[in-house]
Design a protein around this ligand. Structure first.
Ligand SMILES: *Cc1c(COP(=O)(O)O)cnc(C)c1O
Length: 436
C-alpha cells in the first residue's frame, strides 16, 4: 500500500528562489508547510476540483484556496464575467454599477443585513466591524474566543492570558500591550467565563465577536443554546454581537451561520467566497448601525480598491450560482455521504479519529476524547497523525491544507468519482498514519 513520494524538484527550486524574496519564502505563513512534511508545492493551475503543480503532479483539491472556491477552480461563469470586465478597465476609484449589483444580490437574499460595505479582505472587514462596534457603543473593549481567528489586525492578534488574568496577551510581536488590554479572550462554550467578563467590565464591552462556526482551529461546532446565550447576554448589556462569517458566509448557505442558528447578530463580516476567488471582504448590519460609517457617520473606513470592478464581477457571477435553489442542499448531501463513508471505515478499523462536519466543511480530529468544542481540547501532539496522513495524501494525489488545524472544503466541482478516489486514498492514508 506504500506509494512513492511525488517529485517536488521544480517546486523545491521555486521555493529556494522564493526564500530570497519573501520571509520564509511565502506571502502568508501557513503556506510554508511548517506543520507537514516537505516544502510547499508551487501551483501552476487549477480546473474544477483539480490542481496541477510545477512538477506536473495532479491533485484533487480539498483546500480550495482556504475556502473561497466553493465552485472549484476556473469556473466558466466566473471566468467569463471577469474576462468581460477586463476589457472595460481594472479600477476607477469611483462608484460602478457592479457594486450595486453585488450588493443587491446579497441584500435581497440575506435578511440578516440591511446595508453593506465592500472592502478587500476578511481582515479588513473584521477590523472595520470592530471599529464600527466601538464607535456605535462608545465603548472600547471587545471579547473574543480562544480558537477563533479573525484576520491579522492588531486588536485581534490576541490570545488568552495565563492563569486568572482576564486580559489577553498579544499573539504577535509588534502588537502594543495597550491594544491587547482592550481585548478580552475567553474559552468557547463557557457561559460562566463570559458572565464574569460582563460583571468585571460592566458597561465597557463594545462587542463579543465569534466565528459563525469556528473553523480556523479545527472545526469547533458550538451548540445553538450557547450562541443564543451570546445573543442574550450581549443584548442585556448593551454590547453588540459580531458574527465573523468570513468562512461560513455563503458556505453554510447564502445566509451563513446566522441562518444556520436562526440568530440575528448585530454586525456580520464576510470574505473568501464573496469575491468568487478575487480579493473581496464585506461587513454589514442594520441600516441604523451602518449609518455610523463615514460619510454618513463618524466611523471612518475607506479603500482605494474597495468594490473593485473585476472583483465585483467575479463575486456577482459566483453568488448568482450560489443563490439558485438547491445549491447548498446538494453540496451538503455530497459532503455528508463523503464523511459517512470515511466514518464507517474509522469505526470498522477502530481508529482514534473523529470527523466533525457542517455544511461542506469537514475536519479530522485525532485522539479526540470527546466532542471538541474548545481549542484546549485539541492535543497538539495529535497533529503528528495529520502530518503523516498529509504526506500520504499528497503522494496519492489528494491536496489537503498543510496543517492539521485547518478544515477541508468540498466544492460543487467535486464529482462523485473525485470523492470516491479521495475516499480510497484517505482510508489508506489513515491506516498508515496509525502505523507505529
Ligand atoms: C480567513 C479569515 C479571516 C481573514 O480573512 P483574510 O481575507 O485572510 O484577511 C477572518 N476571519 C475568518 C473567520 C477567516 O476565516
Amino acid at each position: 500500500m506504500k506509494v512513492q513520494d511525488i517529485s517536488r524538484e521544480k517546486s523545491s527550486e521555486l521555493f529556494e528562489k522564493a526564500k530570497n524574496y519573501f520571509p520564509g519564502g511565502v506571502n502568508s505563513p501557513v503556506r510554508a508547510f511548517k506543520s507537514v512534511y516537505g516544502s510547499p508545492l508551487f501551483i501552476e493551475r487549477g480546473d474544477g476540483s483539480h490542481l496541477w503543480d510545477a512538477d506536473g503532479n495532479e491533485f484533487i483539491d480539498f483546500c480550495c484556496s482556504w475556502g473561497p472556491l466553493i465552485l472549484g477552480h476556473n469556473n466558466s461563469e466566473v471566468r467569463e464575467a471577469v474576462q468581460a470586465q477586463l476589457g472595460k478597465g481594472l479600477s476607477f476609484g469611483a462608484p460602478t454599477r457592479l457594486e450595486n449589483e453585488l450588493a443587491e444580490l446579497i441584500l435581497t437574499n440575506n435578511t440578516y443585513i440591511e446595508k453593506i460595505r465592500f472592502v478587500s479582505s476578511g481582515t479588513e472587514a473584521v477590523m472595520s466591524a470592530i471599529r464600527l462596534a466601538r464607535g456605535y457603543t462608545r465603548r472600547d473593549k471587545i471579547v473574543k474566543f480562544e480558537g477563533c481567528y479573525h484576520g491579522h489586525s492588531d486588536s485581534l492578534l490576541v490570545k488568552a492570558g495565563s492563569g486568572l488574568v482576564t486580559f489577553g496577551e498579544t499573539s504577535s510581536a509588534g502588537v502594543p500591550k495597550s491594544f491587547a488590554d482592550e481585548t478580552i479572550v475567553i474559552a468557547l462554550n463557557d457561559k460562566v467565563a463570559l458572565e464574569k467578563v460582563f460583571v468585571d467590565f460592566k458597561d465597557q464591552i463594545a462587542a463579543v465577536i465569534i466565528e459563525g462556526i469556528p473553523a480556523n482551529n479545527g472545526l469547533l461546532i458550538q451548540d445553538k443554546s450557547y450562541i443564543q446565550f451570546l445573543r442574550d447576554i450581549t443584548k442585556e448589556n448593551g454590547s453588540l454581537l459580531i458574527f465573523d462569517e468570513v468562512i461560513t458566509g455563503f458556505r453554510l448557505g447564502f445566509e451563513g451561520a446566522a441562518k444556520h442558528y436562526d440568530i440575528q447578530p448585530d454586525i456580520l463580516t464576510y470574505g473568501k467566497i464573496i469575491g468568487g476567488g478575487m480579493p473581496v471582504g464585506a461587513y454589514g448590519a442594520s441600516a441604523e448601525i451602518m449609518s455610523n460609517i463615514s460619510p454618513d457617520g463618524n466611523v471612518y473606513q475607506a479603500g482605494t480598491l474597495s468594490g473593485n470592478p473585476v472583483a465585483m464581477a467575479a463575486g456577482i457571477a459566483a453568488l448568482r450560482i450560489l443563490s439558485q435553489p438547491g445549491f447548498y442542499e446538494r453540496l451538503e448531501q455530497t459532503t455528508q455521504s463523503f464523511v459517512a463513508e470515511i466514518q464507517a471505515f474509522i469505526i470498522e478499523h477502530k481508529l482514534d479519529v473523529q470527523i466533525s462536519t457542517v455544511g461542506s466543511i469537514f475536519w479530522f480530529a485525532f485522539e479526540a476524547k470527546e466532542k471538541i468544542q474548545r481549542a484546549d481540547q485539541i492535543d497538539p501532539n495529535s497533529m503528528l497523525y495529520y502530518k503523516k496522513m498529509h504526506r500520504e495524501l499528497l503522494n496519492r494525489g489528494i491536496y489537503f491544507g498543510p496543517s492539521g488545524y485547518e478544515v477541508g472544503f468540498i466544492s460543487a466541482a467535486h464529482s462523485t468519482e473525485d470523492l470516491a478516489t479521495a475516499i480510497t486514498s484517505i482510508k489508506e492514508s489513515l491506516l498508515i498514519a496509525f502505523e507505529a
